[in-house]
Design a protein around this ligand. Sequence first.
Ligand SMILES: NC(=O)c1ccc[n+]([C@@H]2O[C@H](COP(=O)([O-])OP(=O)(O)OC[C@H]3O[C@@H](n4cnc5c(N)ncnc54)[C@H](O)[C@@H]3O)[C@@H](O)[C@H]2O)c1
Length: 149
Amino acid sequence: MSSHTAREFASSTTAKGRPQLLEKLAAQTAVIGIVGLGYVGIPLALRFSEVGFPVVGFDIDQDRITGLNGGQSPIKHIASADIATMVESGFRATTNFSEISAVDAIVICVPTPLSRHREPDLSFIVNTMQAIAPYCPPSEPIGHFELIA
Ligand SMILES: NC(=O)c1ccc[n+]([C@@H]2O[C@H](COP(=O)([O-])OP(=O)(O)OC[C@H]3O[C@@H](n4cnc5c(N)ncnc54)[C@H](O)[C@@H]3O)[C@@H](O)[C@H]2O)c1
């Protein structure tokens, strides 16, 4: 994880037409949507929440969603107490992908297993894009960044 702050990211980016998003990122008021709440998505959600961002988590596993909303960690090395603190801070997890329309930034953390030819299986990402596309504004840029505040 980089040590850059959201403010540094906002001032260094050259993206045009997104002043509102950049301001929200700098102010840490942007709602962060994490899709895929596993070994990568949960720590990411914890970190965004810890530094003050509102976070909504999305997954297709209803048991996982119910557990997380009840303050239970599905991952051994992540304490349930940390999940509970995140829930108390406002984190909520859902299987309802229409709620993507209420988030400002989306981070996709779904599996990309390697095939026997060592090619990444992108079907989880394709499924995710199909699930969220109806709820994304048509002009939403798709890209990636490597910073966590
Ligand atoms: N785990 C690691 O150490 C690690 C390290 C580097 C990169 N990565 C990459 O990060 C990504 C996520 O890996 P992970 O280890 O967190 O996976 P994981 O299997 O722990 O978690 C993935 C989560 O995504 C959910 N999911 C599956 N399909 C979905 C869909 N269509 N919509 C919403 N949620 C869906 C699953 O239910 C699960 O909870 C992968 O691309 C992986 O290659 C993982």
